[in-house]
Design a protein around this ligand. Structure first.
Ligand code: ZN
Length: 304
């Protein structure tokens, strides 16, 4: 089993996108800066999509402009097509993440075209990204189930993964977009993807909608995934399940991994402070369990 896992913080994008309100740009920038200060080095900070459809991300360019460019931090912009890619590169993202949905119906609802067209767009984007010196990666969404088509056969997900791998991505992610996955599915998909695509970095993206998120994360690491998405505080519901909890909470994930002997490079105490700050900024409780229960063991108090 890997002794370290890379965590990609997706709170500023996947998390805030599901918030009913729009967080002011300056607050977003402070959120991202605090996450970097807590040790996160790869962050999905915004998406370059139609601002009429996703008003929470309408300030994508302003967020990028306000961030300090650092050679050791990856600022990931989520994109769904070539137009979004061009915007992300112009804004200064050094990594772009494209989403291709394993379910054709979901892909049409989300991106206005079928899965096949999104794969073609991805291959074009991947070429352009490599040429521009921007790191491209791709997510196969709804990899564990679809709100419209129901179960998605593993074979279908693997076929899509094999096709997108032709673009030579930095890594391929499997996303449980609606939070229906269970560990047995994760073990099978990640295990078979490793056999099918040797040498390709695999990442997983889980939502805790049905309380299986952390179990799925552990199964993914056991099966050989080298990176996991998570959101500070566990913010980020799902538009198809309004009452749902969000992404797996970054601090809960870090706690589980560190106590299992798997390193992340993140300062957990600092991250807990960041999520507490976020909770105040949002003005409501966040799903994170560590914020309620606290870290363990507690940091040793200095003797008086
Ligand atoms: Zn998500």
């Amino acid at each position: 089993m890997n002794k370290s896992v890379e965590i990609i913080e997706v709170g500023p994008r996947d998390g805030l996108q599901s918030e009913p309100g729009v967080m002011p740009t300056a607050t977003k920038v402070e959120f991202i800066q605090r996450l970097i200060d807590s040790g996160l080095r790869r962050l999905e900070i915004t998406s370059f999509v139609n601002p009429k459809k996703v008003p929470q991300m309408a300030d994508a360019e302003q967020v990028l402009a306000a961030l300090q460019k650092r050679p050791d931090v990856w600022y990931v912009g989520l994109i769904l097509n070539r137009k979004g890619f061009d915007r992300a590169v112009a804004a200064g993202c050094n990594e772009v993440g494209m989403a291709v949905v394993a379910s054709d119906t979901f892909n049409r609802r989300n991106q206005g075209v079928g899965t096949e067209d999104s794969i073609t767009a991805w291959l074009d984007i991947a070429r352009a990204a490599h040429a521009a010196g921007v790191r491209p990666q791709v997510t196969v969404s709804a990899a564990f189930g679809c709100p419209f088509e129901g179960e998605i056969p593993v074979q279908r997900v693997l076929e899509v993964a094999q096709r997108v791998a032709e673009g030579n991505p930095h890594e391929i992610a499997f996303a449980d977009t609606i939070g229906v996955g269970v560990p047995a599915q994760v073990s099978e998909l990640v295990g078979r993807a490793r056999e099918l695509l040797p040498g390709v970095r695999l990442r997983c993206h889980f939502h805790n909608t049905r309380n299986t998120g952390l179990a799925n994360a552990y199964a993914a690491v056991e099966a050989g995934a080298v990176a996991l998405d998570a959101s500070a505080g566990g913010i980020g519901g799902c538009p198809f399940a309004p009452a749902a909890t969000g992404n797996i909470p970054t601090e809960d994930l870090v706690y589980m991994l560190h106590r299992s002997g798997i390193q992340t490079g993140i300062d957990l105490e600092s991250l807990i402070d960041t999520s507490r700050w976020l909770q105040e900024a949002l003005g409501r409780p966040v799903p994170s369990m560590l914020l309620k229960a606290g870290n363990f063991p507690r940091p040793v108090q200095q003797a008086a």
